[in-house]
Ligand binder design. Structure first.
Ligand code: SAM
Length: 207
């Protein structure tokens, strides 16, 4: 991981994604989390404030040391034990079928091979386990989608690998997960439409 991605991008993300506008969606995606939660791309811990009472432990997957350090105060203030258990959502160090719930917010855009991450989610989830996600990706509007494909390489270079044009719903279904609910549409955020076509929902292990 280069200096820009490791040292600068986590601070930019922290500023961009910590506000109340995003908090509204964080609360929505965190509703119903319970037991032991694996959180992919933990970042600076901006979901901590939204974990509901039923969450007993969080196992964080986060490659950036800076992101992890930025989460330090929030982790210390939280009554929920939070451990850093891995650096890469594409290779989770948990046994098959051992996890109740996985959470990912604004992370599938950035993981180099998101299909591999979804396959790992499916592998580690127990039967009936759920994947809660809040992500941004490809708009169904042709004009926005065309702009997203033009801008995605620029965004990827500047924003630590964040792609603008991933089909998040298709990633779930191609990865063998069953969409239990999905709200797709432009998130009410102060950002260009190319950056805020959102997918908020839950997917379950299909068999
Ligand atoms: C846009 S940030 C979102 C951070 C946080 N989830 C949030 O909602 O504020 C994307 C996060 O994904 C992390 N990330 C990048 N590659 C990853 C990988 N292979 N596995 C897990 N996390 C990854 C980044 O370090 C960063 O923390």
């Amino acid at each position: 991981m280069g200096w820009w991605t490791d040292r600068v991008v986590p601070r930019m993300v922290e500023r961009a994604l910590r506000g109340e506008e995003v908090g509204h969606y964080r609360a929505k995606v965190c509703a119903g989390l319970h037991g032991t939660v694996v959180e992919l791309g933990f970042g600076s811990g901006l979901n901590i404030a939204h974990y509901p009472r039923g969450v007993e432990r969080v196992l964080a997957i986060e490659p950036s040391d800076t992101g992890w350090e930025l989460s330090s105060e929030r982790r210390t203030a939280s009554p929920i034990p939070i451990e850093r258990c891995g650096l890469d959502a594409q290779h989770l160090g948990f046994d098959d079928g051992s996890v109740d719930v996985v959470l990912s917010t604004f992370t599938l855009c950035t993981i180099p091979d998101p299909g591999a991450a979804v396959a790992e989610v499916r592998r580690v989830l127990r039967h009936g386990g759920t994947f809660h996600f809040l992500e941004h990706g490809l708009s169904p509007e042709p004009r926005v989608a065309a702009w997203q494909s033009v801008m995605s390489p620029v965004n990827t270079a500047l924003a630590g690998g964040c792609h603008l044009d991933r089909r998040i719903d298709r990633l779930m279904t191609d990865g063998g997960l069953l969409l239990e609910n999905l709200d797709a549409g432009y998130l009410a955020l102060s950002a260009p439409r190319s950056q805020r076509y959102g997918f908020v929902g839950r997917a379950a292990k299909a068999d």
